[in-house]
Design a protein around this ligand. Sequence first.
Ligand code: SF4
Length: 280
Amino acid sequence: MSDGRALARAYLEQQRLLGTDAVMMPAAALDVRLPAPSTPGLRPGSGEAPPLTTGEVSLTPGASPGNPEIQSRVGDLPATGLSFDPPAQDLFSSDPVQRATTLAHIAELVSSCTKCRLCEARTNTVPGEGAEHARLVVGDGHRNTEDETGRPFVGKAGELLTKILSAIGLAREQVYICNVVKCRPPENRTPQYDEIAACVPYLFRQIELLAPGVILAMGNTAAQTILNTKQSLGALRSKVHRFRGIPVIVTYHPAALLRNPNWKKPTWDDVRIAHRLLDG
Ligand code: SF4
């Protein structure tokens, strides 16, 4: 089979699996430099070089465009999951969150927000941080250190997240990291429904401004909020969901991994799927 026909077949299979018109071109088609035959495979948390699979196809070390050793991996993508499509920005709205045009503007609004009871005990708001043109967004609840520093995902859980990202070749600075609610709930409890409802417009507007390639929802709160569902994290894992068309991958929160190391392997699997879905 010619390379052109193989690529077309891979594309059609990908369309079928994703149920979308998104196209992820194979690395070979983009003329990506392939790793040398001696390049080691990527291991979770190793911080090593990017994996042998740099695009949507698995590339045998040393293969090149036109080489029959190129093997399609699109069949490995998980099944299509939920799709949540809340209304996007209303240009005529007088709501300042809707009218915010930058992430800094949203952070400013968050800093003086008193829309829910969580404002009462906060030391600092935690609006989120990262690259303006991030390719990945993660989010979930809070810990004490976040309240003290005003930064998301700090402490041991944050260090673990940084390692997970570096294992897929992403520096923390290349992603945008944010929480579902922007103030820490007392005793680090799970945010309540009305608190999430009050705060979620900030998150949705942040995602709208960022337009990331993939959303990695870490933990129950992030996953259930972004997908507008009560399904458990276990039920939501291993599927490609959609938020306003953006692929959403659900996985465990780094803090949960610290409590249960058995979840590291499934988390690694999830993060690799997110990596493969990243555009560009
Ligand atoms: S949690 Fe969100 S909605 Fe509640 S006070 Fe903080 S910023 Fe406002």
